[in-house]
Design a protein. Structure first.
Length: 507
């Protein structure tokens, strides 16, 4: 059993599942078969599937810990006819749940059993969702070092892409993306600061939605940046993502950013089935399509699908200013220190880390297990970032360039309702020695991340069998409209969507 954060008391319950079957089942058949099951039966089937595909077989390393009580909780939620009807959800392991540790992938928090639910989890449970377990992630949500390998954590190891197990799952919601793609749960919850929901969703061939910052509470979520952090749903369809979003969204008195959330929460699934693209004007960010002809070709098919469904596509020549990215880095480093210090100080119990400096010291003392593959340069820079004046100026600049002079201006000046662009290129080969090797010329997700605006990625096809997604972005609080657009594209899509084969990639 590789779930090394799983409490010892649970091993006896979980281990027999791992012993039942070592041969991975057919992915699509296994997922489809779950549709006919009760919520309790589905939860048990997901636990068996985790044992078959995550612990054994291809060993995806997508799941860090499981909740063996999930089947009984699913039965109770279904019997009570709660909205999610006992559906099984995996939760990224930087979000607190009462029954499992919250590690952020780090051995420094291996014993972080807070016994509390993040408000977004409490909302999900109240709506009938069930915590099936915790997913692996890029350690500390990929903010520890600038030469990291996405999908790796000291707690969970390296997450493998179900479509090609030698390929990367992107960061930092890597385990959530891989788990949904592999059919290990109905859906998952990820978190994003800049690309950490949308990139894993794209390269794993699923739907990922980063909502408007402030739609979902961040209380009891291990932080990077209160300016940009948000949790969001990852699922196999836009409808499922919208359903899960409705369950976790809402205002939280402890999170000032969510003050307006209740006025924007709605039935996010309403209108998805019949939203028409006829006459909808969508801006195409042509300079962010990137330098790969194969991605350009897949994107061209997606644009043709949108056009055939009635959308009007407007080409937009736009190039973001470097000041936006420079400002973002200053903001993230400053807020990493202040927000992490506040989070660690809030943890119950004694003996654990209480500030970012304690994490740096822990990593240094445990370098063999924590820093074999990469260091902690970003943590160290964050400790040295102290000027509040520089931070406030950087936030004002980056927010202006991404928001008012970025997405807002592009929408207004071109008279379009949404922006569209490829999300990312196909998954690259994972390389712990040399770090990530993704193509930075593709996509424009930083605009939505820095501005705090909604960003949806939907599978649009494949390059050499590897999934690629298409991104839809809108203005602040346009979450429902963006989801409706994504659902309309999903119906219009003509490209074949690849299914995981749990093998290494071969030409």
């Amino acid at each position: 059993m590789k779930h090394i954060t799983l409490p010892l008391a649970l091993l006896a319950t979980a281990s027999p599942l791992a012993a039942q079957e070592a041969t991975p089942p057919d992915a699509s058949a296994g997922i489809d078969a779950l549709d006919a099951l009760s919520s309790e039966e589905a939860a048990n089937a997901y636990l068996r599937r985790i044992a078959q595909l995550d612990d054994m077989g291809p060993q995806l390393n997508a799941v860090i810990a499981i909740n063996p009580a999930a089947p009984l909780e699913a039965r109770a939620a279904q019997a009570a006819a709660l909205p999610l009807m006992g559906r099984s959800v995996l939760v990224k392991d930087n979000i607190e749940t009462r029954e499992l540790p919250t590690t952020a992938g780090s051995l420094a928090l291996a014993g972080n059993n807070t016994g509390r639910d993040a408000p977004l989890i409490a909302r999900m449970r109240a709506a009938g969702g069930v915590v099936l377990g915790k997913t692996n992630l890029s350690e500390w949500a990929n903010i520890r070092d600038d030469n990291s390998t996405s999908g790796w954590s000291a707690v969970g190891g390296l997450t493998r892409n179900p479509h090609a197990i030698d390929r990367n799952t992107c960061g930092s919601s890597s385990g959530s993306g891989a788990a949904v793609a592999a059919g290990l749960a109905w859906a998952a919850i990820g978190t994003e600061t800049d690309g950490s929901i949308t990139c894993p969703a794209s390269v794993n061939g699923i739907v990922g939605f980063k909502p408007t910052v402030g739609m979902v509470s961040r209380t009891h979520v291990v932080p990077i940046s209160h300016s940009q952090d948000t949790a969001g749903p990852m699922a196999n369809s836009v409808f499922d993502a919208a359903l899960l979003l409705g369950a976790i969204a809402g205002s939280d008195p402890a999170d000032a950013a969510t003050a307006e959330a209740d006025t924007h929460v709605t039935d996010f699934t309403a209108g998805l089935a019949d939203y028409s693209l006829q006459g909808v004007r969508i801006g195409v960010l042509v300079k962010q399509i990137g330098n790969r002809n194969d991605v350009r070709d897949v994107f061209a098919v997606a644009l043709a699908d949108l056009r055939r469904a009635g959308a009007e596509l407007i080409e937009i020549e736009y190039e973001p200013q470097g000041e936006m990215y420079d400002g973002e880095l200053t903001v993230l480093l400053y807020e990493l220190r202040t927000d992490m210090d506040a989070y660690l100080a809030s943890l119950p119990g004694e003996g654990g880390p209480r500030e970012l400096a304690d994490l740096v010291a822990f990593n240094t003392e445990n370098a063999a297990s924590e820093m074999r593959w990469f260091g902690q340069s970003l943590f160290e820079q964050a400790l040295a970032t102290r000027s509040r004046e520089d931070y406030e100026a950087a936030r004002a600049t980056s927010l202006r360039l991404a928001g008012a002079e970025g997405i807002d201006r592009l929408l207004t000046e071109n008279n379009v309702s949404f922006l569209v662009v490829p999300t990312r290129g196909p998954a690259w080969t994972s390389d712990l020695v040399n770090g990530d090797n993704y193509n930075g010329s593709i996509g424009a997700g930083s605009l939505a991340a820095i501005a705090g605006y909604p960003h949806l990625t939907v599978p649009m096809g494949a390059v050499e069998g590897l999934p690629v997604g298409v991104s839809f972005m809108g203005g602040t609080w346009s979450d429902h409209e963006v989801l409706k657009l994504g659902a309309a594209y999903e119906r219009a899509r003509s490209a074949a969507i690849p299914q995981p084969d749990f093998e290494r990639w071969e030409p």
